[in-house]
Design a protein. Structure first.
Length: 201
């Protein structure tokens, strides 16, 4: 069966796409969401984390669509800061024990409301954000109380495409996916500009 080359190969439920419309910012936990939740320590005590390139490229596509990615984590590390730096993520709230007031301050600064936010988390510290976001998501490896309270559980696990799945959902709901995919397929100037903004996914 042939289809338009720019028709998304992905499919999301209509009610989920409706909920995802109008999202302007995405709040993301790190451990268990952007990573697989494992933390590796070197002999020198440095924390090492594993990230996925699919997630990284999805976050760069969000930025091209005007959707602001925000990383908010209870942990902080050089490895994490380096990764976020390569992705060009400007809004990083790291080493935050109480996520809600920190997120609220940032939203106030950006002039956004919770109705304009999506959030993805995997454990109890993320629950206050998930409870307020217009679209709450979790990876399948999330803790049971989190899975029971979100609108969408991704097919891909944390650190292995869960974030990209959320990014794709938002891009489709916002009407950006077709344009970005068409630009990539054309290899034209738009795609070249996109590639410049999406190096080192």
């Amino acid at each position: 069966m042939t289809t338009d080359a720019t028709t998304p190969a992905l499919g999301f439920a209509p009610e989920l796409l409706l909920r995802a419309q109008g999202i302007r910012a995405v709040l993301l936990d790190v451990d268990g969401v952007c990573t697989d939740g494992g933390i590796y320590f070197s002999a020198e005590g440095e924390a090492l984390k594993r990230f996925h390139t699919l997630d990284g490229h999805g976050l760069k596509l969000l930025r091209q669509a005007g959707i602001v990615p925000v990383v908010i984590s209870g942990r902080d590390s050089d490895a994490l800061r380096r990764r976020l730096g390569t992705l060009g993520i400007e809004h990083c709230l790291l080493g935050v024990a109480d996520k809600l007031p920190a997120a609220q301050r940032l939203l106030d600064q950006l002039g956004l409301t919770w109705r304009q936010c999506a959030a993805m988390g995997d454990d109890w510290p993320d629950l206050p954000l998930l409870a307020r976001a217009a679209l709450a998501c979790a990876p399948p490896n999330a803790q049971a109380e989190v899975r029971a309270r979100v609108h969408h559980i991704t097919a891909a696990p944390g650190g292995a495409g869960a974030v990209r799945e959320l990014c794709d959902l938002l891009l489709i709901a916002g009407g950006h996916y077709h344009r970005l995919l068409a630009a990539q397929l054309s290899g034209g100037s738009d795609a070249a500009a996109a590639a410049d903004n999406a190096t080192t996914p």
